[in-house]
Design a protein around this ligand. Structure first.
Ligand code: UFG
Length: 331
């Protein structure tokens, strides 16, 4: 199939571009490069530096290129930033996606795969989280993704568009060959911060809260390898093209790891010692977030195969210690 990947120069988008091409699909990337990296897009993939708000340009592209599906990753994704500056989240995520969906509707593209988040659930009532649990986002980022899911459902009902929304838990790791990986500015995610500390780029890694109701007192998360996430996108595209109904799926591994366990794993994989500081809780962090991924496994047959903590950490380390300044930036 011929697929437009918005945000294909970003972390999860770029790994999905690779997975799609490995399965023989043709990919065009649309990215405004506000946060993505030119260096994350292979030289032989067409990169269009365009913004999803530009409905006429996007519609024309979809029609001219005979695009059969859109995978939509282009979004801001930092929880803290979304609370400090909600306007850019409503504009880029909600308004931008509205214009993108409008272009998709006008161009009659039948399928959309959307990059959603576990943040739509907020503080879960129980764990593992299943898709039927109540939506209660505790931050603007999660709220914007939930609004987009509603928009998709309404466009689907009214115009026949079919879509899958994938609610990611903690995306982690990097391509096994070390050529693409995670590069955010500023970086707020645990694993890159730990590895930057191992590289000596930071003085210490802070543990945000050691008094949570978990076995070692630190927060537990469900870390899923970005290669497994990318493979799930290919699966759900095949599911839609095979006649599957619009759906939303959690994407996690059903395994939880604490902050301390991640730090220990990093020390083992890197062979380096580094300073660890205990710090107060970070506002808005739930104690435990673990996905049930029973639904996607049952419906599409997808299973995580790269998501052991050792593989995640080893692949992330390969990327970080060969790209100390990320993509460095080749804008
Ligand atoms: N943490 C630390 N020290 C740090 C950074 C993080 O202890 O320096 C802890 C956090 O408190 C949290 C865990 O490590 O307990 C993971 O934190 P991340 O910032 O890496 O990830 P989050 O779980 O906060 O957020 C991720 C995605 C969000 C998404 C959310 C969904 O990054 O985009 O999962 O639950 F919304």
């Amino acid at each position: 199939m011929k697929i437009l990947v918005t945000g294909g120069a970003g972390y999860i988008g770029s790994h999905t571009v690779r997975a799609l091409r490995e399965k023989g699909h043709t990919v065009i990337v649309l990215d405004n490069l506000s946060r993505g990296h030119r260096g994350a897009v292979p030289g032989d993939v067409r990169l269009i530096t365009e913004d999803i708000h530009h409905v006429d340009a996007v519609r024309q592209l979809l029609i001219e290129e005979h695009i059969e599906a859109v995978m939509h990753f282009a979004a801001h994704s930092q929880v803290g930033e979304s609370m400090e500056n909600p306007t850019i989240y409503y504009d880029n995520n909600v308004v931008g996606t509205y214009y993108l969906l409008e272009a998709i509707r006008q161009a009659h593209v039948p399928y959309v795969v959307f990059s959603s988040t576990a943040a739509v659930y907020g503080e879960p009532e129980q764990t593992p989280i299943t898709e039927d649990m109540p939506y209660a986002p505790t931050n603007v980022y999660g709220q914007t993704k939930l609004m987009i899911e509603h928009m998709l459902a309404q466009f689907s009902r009214a115009y026949g568009l079919r879509y899958v929304a994938l609610r990611y838990f903690n995306a982690a790791g990097a391509a096994a060959d070390g050529t693409i990986g995670e590069d955010h500015t500023p970086e707020t995610h645990l694993i890159p911060l730990i590895l930057q500390t191992a590289l000596g780029q930071r003085k210490s890694i802070k543990i945000f809260g050691t008094d949570y109701p978990t076995p070692d007192g630190t927060c537990i998360r469900d870390y899923i390898h970005v290669t497994d996430l990318a493979a799930a996108h290919v699966r759900v595209l095949e599911y839609l093209a095979g006649g599957g109904e619009s759906q939303y799926f959690n994407l996690g591994t059903q395994q939880g790891m604490s902050v301390r366990q991640m730090i220990d794993a990093a020390k083992k994989v890197t062979g380096r010692e580094f300073a660890v500081e205990e710090a107060p809780r970070r506002a808005g962090d739930p104690a435990i977030l673990i996905a049930s991924s029973a639904k996607i496994q049952a419906v599409t047959g997808w299973k995580p195969t790269h998501s052991s903590v050792e593989t995640i950490m080893a692949d992330a380390w390969r990327w970080h210690h060969t790209h100390e300044h990320g993509y460095g930036d080749t804008k």
